[in-house]
Design a protein around this ligand. Structure first.
Ligand code: NI
Length: 188
């Protein structure tokens, strides 16, 4: 099932998400994850976080193989992160043009550290602690921000933010051209 993707301006994208009770999950997690992958691929995304489909849980998925060049040394990763918590972030900062399925047609350079270490449960509900690097780390950092209520536009300089303000308001109102289904917070 393909979910509509929540657009910029919806409060769920600004809410720090909660852990899922894994003893007694509020939904079928396998089915949810499968539907999230379907939703992400349908929108040509490389990552999707639960708040982007309106669920304020610390869950996100990624498939970094979709943005790696064929001759890249890095191996792409398709992965599920449940109840993810950041342990550490380090390494030299580098800039990369990020986009977001909740903020269509906008892409801006964001600087982030090169490594991130996370503690999370995998799709088999086994606890993992792992360090990620390269583009995979970048995708994870972007998605991790979503479960903390942070968006990539938050990192932009004040001038850039001012220049984007009108575009962002248009997105909230659904006044955009986008190929996948979205849920807009502001009624036109
Ligand atoms: Ni995003």
């Amino acid at each position: 099932m393909i979910y509509p993707i929540v657009a910029y301006g919806d409060p769920v994208l600004r809410t720090k998400a909660e852990d899922i009770n894994l003893e007694n999950p509020p939904m079928d997690l396998n089915e949810l994850v499968q539907n999230m992958f379907e939703t992400m691929y349908n929108a040509s995304g490389v990552g999707l976080a639960a708040p982007q489909i309106g669920l304020s849980y610390r869950l996100f998925i990624i498939d970094s193989s979709l943005i790696l060049e064929e001759d890249a040394e890095e191996v792409g990763l398709k992965k599920v992160f449940i109840n993810a918590h950041k342990v550490e972030e380090d390494g030299d900062e580098w800039a990369f043009a990020e986009g977001c399925l909740s903020i269509p047609n906008i892409s801006e350079d964001v600087s982030r550290p090169s490594r991130i270490k996370l503690r999370y449960y995998d799709e088999n509900l086994e606890l993992q602690e792992e360090v990620f690097e390269g583009l995979t780390a970048r995708v994870i950092q972007h998605e991790y921000d979503h479960i903390d209520g942070v968006l990539f536009t938050d990192y932009l300089k004040p001038l850039k933010k001012r220049l984007l303000k009108r575009k962002l308001t248009k997105i909230s109102k659904g006044d955009i051209s986008v190929k996948y289904r979205m849920k807009f917070p502001v009624r036109r």
